[in-house]
Write a protein that binds this ligand. Sequence first.
Ligand SMILES: Nc1ncnc2c1ncn2[C@@H]1O[C@H](COP(=O)(O)OP(=O)(O)OP(=O)(O)O)[C@@H](O)[C@H]1O
Ligand SMILES: CC(C)(CO)[C@@H](O)C(=O)[O-]
Ligand code: BAL
Length: 285
Amino acid sequence: MATAVLRTVAEVKAWVAGLRREGRRLALVPTMGYLHEGHLSLMREGRSRADVVATSIFVNPTQFGPREDLSRYPRDLEGDVAKCASAGVDVVFAPEDPKAMYPPGYQTYVEVTDVSQGLCGDRRPGHFRGVATIVTQLLCLFRPEVALFGEKDYQQLQVIKALNRDLHLGADIIGMPTVREPDGLAMSSRNAYLSPEERKRALSLSRGLKAAQALLREGTREAGVLVGAVRRELEAAGLREDYVELVDAERLKPLALVEPGQSARLLVAAFSGTTRLIDNMPLAG
Ligand SMILES: Nc1ncnc2c1ncn2[C@@H]1O[C@H](COP(=O)(O)OP(=O)(O)OP(=O)(O)O)[C@@H](O)[C@H]1O
Ligand SMILES: CC(C)(CO)[C@@H](O)C(=O)[O-]
Ligand code: BAL
């Protein structure tokens, strides 16, 4: 079956109304496009959990800071629709204009307080307010039974779980493991910005996280040592650190130690050249 492309909110409302009449279960995969295997893994999982899969492709302006890459963010709608079709997506919602989501007079923003703080929340002021606002809009518009997001954006996933719970939006929020290139680099649309040299140096993020996991397996529990393992790799590769932090896996509060039985997460953000990359891995005590 061909993948339909919807360009307006009115078209989405009409499509969702039809779905409700037929009583079919919907999975939603929100994205900013320039799709890769990470995105496709979410769509395939959606396919297995629902009758119908919808993907949104929207470079959401409210989550970009004034000095960030909104205008040069990579775009390829035609290629993306073909990839969605290959992953079994029924409908792509690609708003024709940012005004489709933020029309004149728009004035409603969603702020998730606790888990938006620290990490990317501190380094990208306003970012999670923009993410929470557009994701709330999409969940209200589509009212999916299931919505899928990647663990690569780990703090974002916790923000979305919180808003879905607190605002009674009723979706089952599924977090999916990070899909990596064979050499360990987390797939990301922004990898397209990297020169071959910068890409090679970017491997230090996953290498550092894996080194920390190995240290924990050998019995090292102190945050300073685990964080230090990541920093060493970043420094050796000449990357500029934005942050490296050990936090508890749900509330994202800093930890001094991984206690036995505890679910912790080690998160890193760093610049390879001018490109800011993020990655994270679980550390189970
Ligand atoms: N490597 C990956 N594995 C699994 N999910 C991913 C991966 N990369 C992105 N996702 C998820 O896909 C969804 C859409 O993300 P987005 O379109 O921002 O892609 P991205 O590659 O993370 O882009 P960017 O480079 O801007 O961070 C999010 O839920 C995100 O967590
Ligand atoms: C969730 C999202 C689609 C909201 O714009 C975006 O932040 C992303 O692609 O991760
Ligand atoms: N992948 C999360 C969206 C962003 O960085 O703006």
